[in-house]
Design a binder for this molecule. Structure first.
Ligand code: SIN
Length: 504
């Protein structure tokens, strides 16, 4: 029986999204069939774009405890210590598994992994490929492995519209394929691995497909959502009129590049004792304040890296060259940009959400590992480590009867480009690096207006507006400043807010 759908698939586990978290989950599931769905092509999403690397306590002067302490030090008191312990203890094994799956990393002349340094890390611990192309290599290795894996069926070009519920239990997903094909995938376990929501902001480093779909779908299915006010803004995106904005990796500053204003002043020296390697939120707000005051801000890699730039940072060099800038001899103009969501669908250490049958992993989830601010190069790692736990858990999921409640998705509604651009602008202006009650109230009114005009049928535009509403609601509720969430009207951390903000 096809229940009114053009195509019905049955599987044990359906994984939505094929970045590092989705691919690793699909690969790690033992003894069960997996359907791995992507709305574009296998491997689309933010993973491929990641320049930083994967943090792991590998060197002799490092340890899981030191790594955990660094992770917690930037998290604004909201990290879940058991999630952090899982991450730091699982990092080295995650790198070994990745190498086993075919990923190649930069090696030092002595034969060990060549470890880089980034802000907030006490020691060198960033495992990289090609200097600044780690995400592309992780994505390549995992997509190759997934394409070869016999237990995985890859479905591309399928926009997953909603989670199907039967008696409050997730039993599959509905989707819209090419030519408006209506698809139902029935599964014992549904795993959201759709990444973040950077696209809701006018300035973002995220690729265009990162529209908050999984967060919106999980919320519509009734899942609890936590800490979504904590959106990380990267301080150094290349300011060259491009959308998405090319990232200029923090590893440049790790290797000595510095931020300067248009008078050539190294302003981070007076902002923080760690200067250019201060926590990301501190650096991003320092850049933002100067831009808002009409100044310009640049990243200067001329002395620290200079002629070595093409070899050590080929992605950055190619990006700058395309924009007509030679970073060996010229300053790189920068602006902050939305980069990563610390909060998301609330999950336990096995990735279980509050909806039975529904799991979430990677950036779409809130495991508590990042707290209010994420340490650089902990994002790919989170996907790698927590996917293994999710895979173990879903492998034991029992099938649940679908009782005829699935509704085929309607045709794709027209995208209201004006609404999307208004949404992205208001999020950037009012729900960005510096927030106030007035700005957040205006933003909520604008988002509600957009939601009331958009067709109810699931679409990227609708998902963007729904997750923008969640972020703005959470940002209005948290009347304090902590980590990446900064309220100009409540500029200090408030001990009464020393806890997660759960919606739903
Ligand atoms: C970067 O390369 O600066 C970004 C790394 C990250 O977001 O973890």
């Amino acid at each position: 029986m096809n229940r009114g759908f053009d195509r019905v698939l049955g599987t044990d586990v359906v994984v939505v999204g094929s970045g590092v978290a989705g691919l690793t989950t699909a690969l790690a599931v033992q003894g069960r069939r997996v359907v791995l769905v992507n709305k574009g092509s296998l491997g689309d999403g933010s993973t491929w774009w990641a320049q930083g690397g994967v943090a792991a306590p590998i060197s002799e002067d490092d340890s899981p405890d030191l790594f955990a302490a660094d992770t917690i030090a930037v998290g604004g008191g909201l990290n879940d210590p058991s999630a952090v312990a899982t991450l730091s203890a699982g990092a080295v094994a995650a790198i070994d598994r990745l190498r086993g799956r075919g990923a190649r990393f930069d090696m030092s002349p002595g034969g060990g992994l060549d470890l880089g340094r980034e802000a907030g890390h006490s020691v060198r611990r960033i495992v990289r490929t090609g200097g600044d192309a780690t995400g592309a290599e992780v994505s390549r290795a995992l997509t190759d492995a997934a394409a070869r894996a016999e237990h995985i069926t890859v479905v591309e070009q399928l926009f997953v519209a909603d989670v199907v519920l039967a008696g409050g239990h997730a039993v599959g997903v509905t989707g819209r394929g090419a030519g408006e094909e209506q698809v139902l995938i029935e599964a014992a376990a549904v795993v959201m691995a759709t990444g973040g929501l950077g696209r809701i902001y006018a300035n973002t480093t995220n690729p265009i497909e990162v529209t908050g779909d999984g967060l919106a779908m999980a919320r519509r299915a009734g899942a609890k959502v936590a800490d979504v006010e904590f959106v990380q803004f990267h301080p150094t995106a290349l300011s060259a009129g491009l959308d998405p904005m090319p990232l200029l990796t923090e590893a440049l500053r790790g290797e000595g590049a510095v931020l300067v204003d248009d008078d050539g002043v190294r302003f981070m020296v007076e902002e923080h004792r760690a200067a250019d390697l201060a926590p990301r939120d501190v650096v991003a707000r320092a850049v933002w304040r100067r831009l808002r005051a009409g100044r310009k801000v640049y990243l200067d890699a001329r002395d620290a890296i200079g002629e070595d730039l093409p070899e050590r940072f080929p992605t950055v060099f190619a990006t700058c060259t395309r924009a007509g800038i030679d970073p060996r001899r010229e300053l790189m103009p920068v602006e902050p940009a939305a980069h990563y969501l610390m909060g998301g669908v609330a999950v336990d250490l096995s990735g279980r959400t509050s909806v039975p049958g529904l799991w979430a992993v990677g950036e779409v989830s809130r495991s508590g590992v990042h707290g209010a601010n994420r340490l650089a190069s902990n994002s790919l790692l989170e996907g790698l480590v927590f996917a293994e736990a999710v895979a173990d858990d879903v492998a034991a999921a029992a099938p649940f009867e679908l009782d005829g409640e699935a509704r085929p998705p309607g045709p794709e509604p027209d995208t209201d480009l004006d609404a999307v651009s208004t949404l992205r602008r208001v999020m950037w202006d009012q729900v960005g690096l510096v927030r106030t009650r007035g700005g957040l109230t205006d933003a909520l009114a604008t988002i509600e207006g957009i939601l009331s005009r958009l067709p109810a049928e699931p679409s990227e535009a609708r998902n963007m507006a729904e997750v923008a509403f969640l972020v703005t609601t959470a940002a209005s509720t948290r009347t304090e400043s902590r980590g990446a969430h900064y309220r100009a009207d409540f500029p200090l951390a408030d001990p009464q807010w020393d806890h997660s903000l759960v919606l739903g």
